[in-house]
Design a protein. Structure first.
Length: 302
């Protein structure tokens, strides 16, 4: 009897756990759709913004903007790490923390002084436990974060970079490739290094007329001048990069949690199947023993 009671208790406990993980899986699935849509919608704007900046830049203009300044040596760098406020997302936060520690170790090995800016309770808790100094911490970034929230995170670092107090600024975030693939990534947001214009990718040997026909060169009529436009676009590019990192990290968190909860639900179902078989065998053995005792008792009375 003791064995069957213990089995029933375990079956009830795992059944309740499976209900919880199944519910969390369904919630993450619904949130994942909205978060992935936000991440997908942020990419084309960021890509076109980078393309416009890369087309407007030339070596002469690079020297006029502090956000494009490249120091001779990196003496002080800032690392802004994005993690989640909640767990139950598999190795999501562990991977981000590992990527952050690796980046900080590399920068320190190269002789730079590194300051850490942590976003999310999981990352803050880990580095606080490890006694790692953190310049700033925040847990206010959530699913409804806006471009203004991104600006509040990155603009203090941008201002310090412009004043020469920082030589490099990095963002550690989760890349949302799919619900099953959310690897950690690193962006060096400052100094700005936009990708080369598309003309550099496949226009070798072509005349400018042919390049224009192929869509590699855009005819821009600039008003005001390129200098004034860049003065407005460069800070916007930094803010947008931060925003894209936030929305991709949020989408990745929901994808990782959905995957983890689905795995937990499936595992709970397998355990329940095994426990039910064990319980049925134990119950059958118990009934067989009781029948044998009744038959034995009746035979003794005869």
């Amino acid at each position: 009897m003791a064995k069957t009671r213990e089995l029933r208790r375990r079956i009830r406990s795992i059944t309740k756990t499976r209900q919880i993980t199944k519910t969390m899986e369904m919630v993450s699935t619904s949130k994942l759709k909205r978060a992935s849509d936000r991440a997908a919608s942020a990419r084309p704007y960021a890509r076109r913004l980078a393309e416009v900046i890369s087309r407007l830049l030339d070596p002469e203009l690079r020297e006029r903007y502090p956000l494009l300044r490249r120091p001779a040596s990196v003496k002080r760098a800032a690392v802004l790490m994005l993690t989640s406020n909640r767990g139950l997302a598999g190795a999501f936060n562990v991977n981000l923390i590992r990527e952050t520690r690796g980046l900080m170790t590399r920068l320190r090995r190269e002789g730079a002084e590194v300051e850490l800016h942590a976003v999310g309770r999981k990352g803050i808790g880990f580095f606080r436990f490890r006694k790692e100094p953190m310049a700033t911490t925040t847990t206010e970034i959530g699913e409804k974060s806006t471009i203004d929230d991104a600006g509040a995170l990155i603009e203090p670092l941008r201002d310090r970079f412009e004043r020469g107090e920082l030589d490099e600024v990095y963002i550690v975030y989760a890349q949302f490739r799919s619900a099953l693939s959310t690897p950690p990534g690193v962006i060096k947001v400052l100094p700005i290094d936009p990708p080369p214009p598309p003309a550099a990718a496949g226009s070798a040997g072509l005349g400018r007329d042919q390049e224009r026909e192929n869509g590699w060169i855009a005819n821009y009529i600039l008003s005001p001048s390129a200098e004034e436009i860049l003065g407005q676009l460069l800070p916007l590019y930094v803010r947008n990069t931060m925003y894209r990192a936030i929305v991709e990290t949020i989408a990745s968190e929901h994808g990782a949690r959905r995957t983890a909860m689905k795995s937990a639900t499936d595992n709970a179902g397998d355990i329940l199947d095994s426990l039910n078989r064990t319980y049925n065998r134990a119950r059958q053995a118990q009934i067989t023993q009781e029948i044998a005792e009744i038959v034995g008792g009746a035979a003794a009375l005869e």
